[in-house]
Design a protein around this ligand. Structure first.
Ligand SMILES: [Zn+2]
Length: 473
């Protein structure tokens, strides 16, 4: 949606509220006849009724349970399917979906100066908001970025054309990498003392950040772990939970022992063991497997190396023109020094279907699932080749490959994401009192999670829109 249509959209909302009639109560809308998956894990309700007043649900259930008022606007959705709005519990607003925001992976700063790329990301989140809503996503969790991403929480909340946003702000790390830092603003905070950790937690918590993100940790270094313990105490006293990118088994265990409540990546180095499963289970950790991001890099590298264009499967036109242009022009970098003979051979050997998901990640997801540990859906959108919005379909389909039942996967993509964002009281399930964030599908998502792609309508905080009106044309 461009700025003009956003203005029109906002004035339409104002008009709508004026036409509400003689009482002060907002117009009641009823969605009737669809098969309802309410996000709680309860059995689907056929021929359901959902009553919405303003931005909230007042009833969701069977026709015995929900009695719509006579003057309500009724939308007949017989034969369709409804789930809560999807939640992508792992995104990064500072990243574009290409290498211009990842100079560590492919340095394009001569063409795309990092300061300019970052300023543009800070100023223009609306194109991603549009992409998310168009993909059925009504909530996103930015688990690492500049402090300005924290400001998006409030501005998105006030913006009817945005999903809900939670954001953690800068990542705390043993790394000294400064490629993502500007002299005036940081994404990475090098943890070199207890004081650095504690002060950072104080700052991001005072800014209102959701979660404190650890990016790798040195579980065998007692000094480093004493810094972690100090910041963990500070985070706990402020009620701000730890989030970790910990992709090795021993690292992930250390992260949980330090108090981490959300793991935003799979354990990837080896098979998870009983100790890990009990730790995660006892501490009620949410596990976000983030399966497709690595292969996204490979696909984006192949495009940049001129091997094969990056294919965007996007029938609803949810991907914004800027992102399309970056990917469509990727092969201008085919003579980059990064593409050595050896690296090119690896890229050529990559098989987009066979190598899409790591077998260790899939196997570990299966074990975590069988152990009953809560799981959320997250894409790592913004990383090269993992696009804001539409990537969520690939991620859910990859998770289905681990043998997760579709009914459970719906809960992971909705309620559990809202829990990860610490917003489960507001949305993530379709129950009386919750915000009216939901999607309407043509095909049954419990038959195949790929049917999430058959999106027809998106309701975001009571605003009901046809998916065709949400895309970029
Ligand atoms: Zn990430």
């Amino acid at each position: 949606m461009d700025r003009i249509s956003l203005l029109l959209f906002s004035s339409a909302l104002l008009l709508g509220s004026c036409q509400g009639g003689t009482t002060n109560s907002p117009q009641t809308m009823v969605l009737q006849g669809a098969t309802l998956f309410d996000g709680t894990g309860a059995a689907a309700v056929e021929n359901s009724i959902i009553i919405i007043e303003g931005d909230r649900i007042t009833c969701a259930g069977t026709s015995d349970e929900c009695d719509p008022p006579a003057d309500a606007e009724v939308i007949n959705l017989s034969g369709k399917y409804i789930t809560p709005g999807l939640i992508d519990a792992h995104v990064h607003f500072f990243q574009t979906g290409f290498f211009d925001s990842r100079p560590d992976a492919l340095d394009l700063r001569d063409t795309y100066p990092f300061a300019e790329v970052t300023a543009n990301q800070k100023k223009n989140p609306q194109r991603y908001y549009d992409a998310y809503l168009c993909s059925g996503i009504t909530g996103v969790y930015d688990v690492g970025g500049f402090t300005w991403s924290i400001d998006f929480q409030e501005s998105a909340e006030k913006n009817p054309a945005a999903p809900h946003v939670a954001a953690s702000g800068p990542l705390i790390t043993p790394s000294t990498l400064d490629l993502f830092n500007l002299p005036s603003d940081k994404t990475l905070v090098h943890l070199d003392s207890e004081e650095t950790g504690v002060t950072t937690v104080q700052y991001i918590s005072e800014l209102g950040g959701t979660g404190v993100k650890l990016w790798q940790l040195l579980q065998d270094d007692p000094d480093y772990m004493s810094y972690i313990n100090a910041l963990a105490d500070e985070a706990e006293s402020r009620g701000n939970p730890l989030i970790a990118h910990a992709t090795q088994l021993e690292q992930a265990k250390a992260a949980i022992e330090a108090g981490t409540e959300l793991l935003v990546h799979s354990v990837s180095d080896t098979e998870v063991d009983e100790e890990f499963l009990s730790l995660a289970s006892d501490n009620n950790v949410i596990y976000t497997p983030t399966l497709i991001v690595s292969s996204g890099y490979m696909l984006a590298y192949r495009a940049a190396a001129g091997i094969e264009p990056y294919e965007i499967y996007d029938p609803n036109h949810c991907v914004d023109p800027e992102t399309r242009e970056l990917l469509n022009n990727a092969s201008q970098f085919s003579d980059h020094d990064r593409f050595s003979e050896g690296f090119l051979q690896r890229l050529q050997a990559f098989d987009a279907e066979e190598d899409r998901v790591s077998s260790t990640d899939l196997h570990n997801l299966q074990k975590v699932y069988e152990a009953g540990i809560p799981i959320a859906v997250g894409t790592d959108a913004g990383n090269p080749g993992t696009l804001h919005g539409i990537s969520i379909y690939d991620e859910m389909e990859a998770m289905q490959q681990a043998g997760i039942a579709t009914e459970d996967l719906i809960v992971m993509a909705t309620r559990n994401g809202a829990k990860a964002m610490q917003r489960a009281d507001d949305f993530g399930t379709l129950e009386a009192g919750k915000l009216a964030n939901l999607i309407v599908l043509e095909d049954d998502p419990s038959a195949d999670i790929a049917n999430m792609r058959s999106l027809l309508y998106v309701m975001n905080r009571g605003n009901y829109e046809e998916v065709g009106d949400l895309g970029f044309r």
